[in-house]
Write a protein that binds this ligand. Structure first.
Ligand SMILES: *[C@@H]1O[C@H](CO)[C@@H](O)[C@H](O)[C@H]1NC(C)=O
Ligand SMILES: *[C@@H]1O[C@H](CO)[C@@H](O)[C@H](O)[C@H]1NC(C)=O
Ligand SMILES: *[C@@H]1O[C@H](CO)[C@@H](O)[C@H](O)[C@H]1NC(C)=O
Length: 109
């Protein structure tokens, strides 16, 4: 393997890593998600993207200011099931448990 090939491979691998990081750091555009403010974190649960329901959970930490052009998304552990069109509310008992209520169905339309 010559030097040019090694450099080419290095940048190819680097661009794949960047792609992975970008995919992991931003939620895909979606609809029908539920959201709740838990302490200083604004959570988004489930929703529909690419015609599928998702179990993804994302949040924005609102305790620090941030640039609105570059939202600091955090991905949390996924829900055990994919949900969309759900309602959510935070329990006043501990201010951190979230109740999600949804109508069970697993495909959109
Ligand atoms: C959506 O679901 C279909 C059927 O299960 C699957 O073939 C497809 O890969 C899924 N799309 C995405 C983006 O996950
Ligand atoms: C916010 O992010 C955008 C895009 O990266 C950048 O152009 C802009 O200068 C940033 N604004 C501030 C106040 O940092
Ligand atoms: C939950 O938050 C409310 C409003 O901030 C507060 O009055 C209440 O004491 C909190 N409850 C607990 C268990 O922390």
């Amino acid at each position: 393997m010559n030097l040019i090939q090694i450099i080419f491979d290095f940048f190819l691998i680097l661009s794949c890593i960047n792609l992975f990081v970008i995919c992991d750091d931003f939620p895909s555009p979606r609809a029908a998600q539920a959201s709740s403010l838990v302490n200083n974190k604004l959570y988004f649960f489930g929703g529909v993207f690419a015609d599928n329901f998702t179990n993804e959970v994302w949040y924005l930490d609102l305790s620090n200011s941030f640039n609105l052009s570059v939202l600091p998304w955090h991905k949390d552990q996924g829900l055990p099931v994919a949900v969309a069109f759900a309602s959510s509310c935070v329990s006043p008992i501990d201010n951190s448990s979230v109740f999600l209520i949804w109508w069970k169905h697993d495909t959109c339309l």
